[in-house]
Design a protein around this ligand. Structure first.
Ligand SMILES: Nc1ncnc2c1ncn2[C@@H]1O[C@H](COP(=O)(O)OP(=O)(O)O)[C@@H](O)[C@H]1O
Ligand SMILES: N[C@@H](CCOP(=O)(O)O)C(=O)O
Length: 353
C-alpha cells in the first residue's frame, strides 16, 4: 500500500533594504515536494521539474533537500531514509537569484525529515535544524513561518555556541557511496533555541514586484565580496550602521500601516551596509535604486536588492508594469535581460496528506 504527502515551501526575499541578515518576506513562488512511500526501490528516487531541473543533483546523498532530511533523521535515531521512498519536486524558485531557493530547500529538507521520522518537531525546533545549515536566519525563518518576519540568533552559552558553529561539513557530510548505512560519527545535534523571531504586520495592498536578471549569483559569492570589502575597512562604519538601524526601526511598522506612506517607506528601504558593496556584482543596481522614485512612478513604495541579489524587489500598490518596465530598461542598458513577476506575500510552509 502506498501513502503520500505534499510539502510546500515559499520563496523569500531577505533584507528588504536595511535589514541585512534580519528580516525576510515570504513570496508566492513555491518549492513543492510530492512524497510517496511504498513504491519499491532501495534508494530514494528523486525526480524534478521546473527551476533548476537541469542542474540539481538527483542522488539523495548529494541533493541539498534530502541531505538535510537525512541530517534531521540521523539526529533523531534513524540511520537512513525509510525504504520505498520517491520524491517529486516541482520548483518555481529560480536558483541563485536572491529569492531564497537554498533556504526553501533547507526548510523542505527539515519538513521531509520530520515527516519521514514521524518526529513531530515544533516550529522552533525545526528552525534550530535549519539554522545549523543556513546560518543567517532571515530566509529560513520567513520560509518556515510565512509573512514579514524579523529574527535574531540568540546569545547561547559557550558550549551551545560551539555546538551551533560546528563546520557545515559535519552537519551535512559527504556520504561515501560505498559505506552502506554506516557513516561513522553521530551528527551534531543542534542546541535548543538558536533563533527567535517575530512576525510584523503587512498591509495586504502591498505587492512585491520581483525583477529577476537572467544570471545566477551565488549567495556565497555575494557574501564573500562583503567580507572582503568590510575586512579592508575592518567594520561597517558606525554612521552606516545608524543609518540602517534608523530605517529598519521605521520600516517594520511602516509596511503594516494603512494607507502605506510612500515617502516614509522609500527612504526606509535604503541601505548602506550591504548593497553598496554588492554593486560591483550587479551592474545597474545604483541606477535602479536612485532613478526610480514614488514621484516618478506613483504606486511605488520602495526598491531594494532581494537577498544577496541579483533580483531587484520593488514594493508597490499599483503601476506594476511601468515600474518593472523602467527597471528592465536600466538593466537593458547594461546588456542584462530580466524576467519579472508580481508576487503576493505568502503564508508559511505546509505539509498536507
Ligand atoms: N530545490 C532545491 N533542491 C536542491 N538544491 C537546491 C534547491 N534550491 C536551491 N538549491 C541549491 O542552492 C543553490 C542556490 O543557493 P544560493 O546561492 O544561496 O542562492 P539563492 O538561495 O539566493 O537562490 C543552488 O545552486 C542549489 O545548489
Ligand atoms: N541576508 C542574506 C540573504 C541571502 O538571501 P538569498 O536569497 O540571496 O540566499 C544576504 O544578504 O547574504
Amino acid at each position: 500500500m502506498t501513502s503520500s504527502f505534499i510539502i510546500r515551501v515559499p520563496a523569500t526575499s531577505a533584507n528588504i533594504g536595511p535589514g541585512f541578515d534580519v528580516v525576510g518576506l515570504s513570496l508566492s513562488l513555491y518549492l513543492t515536494l510530492t512524497v510517496t512511500i511504498g513504491e519499491t526501490s532501495t534508494l530514494p528516487v528523486i525526480t524534478y521539474s521546473g527551476e533548476g531541473a537541469d542542474e540539481v543533483p538527483l542522488d539523495p546523498y548529494r541533493n541539498l533537500m534530502t541531505r538535510v532530511a537525512l541530517y534531521v533523521l540521523r539526529c533523531n535515531g534513524h540511520r537512513t531514509f525509510p525504504p520505498d521512498l520517491s520524491i517529486h519536486c516541482h520548483n518555481q524558485i529560480p536558483f541563485g537569484r536572491g529569492l531564497g531557493s537554498s533556504g526553501a530547500a533547507v526548510i523542505a529538507g527539515v519538513l521531509l525529515g520530520d515527516s519521514l521520522g514521524k518526529l513531530n518537531l515544533s516550529r522552533e525546533r525545526m528552525l534550530d535544524y535549519a539554522l545549523m545549515v543556513e546560518r543567517h536566519p532571515d530566509n529560513v525563518t520567513a520560509a518556515l513561518v510565512g509573512g514579514f518576519v524579523g529574527s535574531y540568533l540568540r546569545e547561547l552559552d559557550p558550549q551551545a555556541t560551539e555546538a551551533a558553529q560546528v563546520p557545515l561539513s559535519e552537519v551535512l557530510p559527504e556520504y561515501p557511496s560505498d559505506a552502506g548505512e554506516d557513516w561513522g560519527l553521530s551528527p551534531p545535534v543542534p542546541p535548543l533555541g538558536i533563533g527567535h523571531y517575530v512576525r510584523f504586520k503587512w498591509n495586504s495592498s502591498i505587492k512585491a514586484v520581483a525583477i529577476i536578471p537572467r544570471f545566477e549569483l551565488s549567495t556565497a559569492k555575494a557574501r564573500a565580496v562583503l567580507a572582503r570589502e568590510l575586512l579592508e575597512e575592518r567594520s561597517v562604519p558606525l554612521p552606516s550602521q545608524v543609518f540602517n538601524m534608523q530605517r529598519l526601526a521605521v520600516l517594520t511598522t511602516a509596511l503594516g500601516q494603512t494607507p502605506p506612506d510612500p515617502e516614509l517607506i522609500f527612504e526606509a528601504m535604503k541601505d548602506r551596509v550591504h548593497q553598496p558593496y554588492r554593486k560591483t556584482l550587479i551592474p545597474g543596481l545604483p541606477a535602479v535604486t536612485s532613478l526610480i522614485t514614488p514621484a516618478s512612478h506613483p504606486g511605488l513604495l520602495g526598491i531594494c536588492l532581494s537577498g544577496a541579489g541579483p533580483t531587484i524587489l520593488a514594493l508597490a500598490t499599483h503601476n506594476f508594469d511601468s515600474i518593472a518596465g523602467k527597471i528592465q530598461e536600466i538593466f537593458q542598458q547594461e546588456q542584462i535581460t530580466v524576467d519579472w513577476k508580481i508576487l503576493e506575500v505568502a503564508g508559511g510552509s505546509t505539509v498536507d496528506s
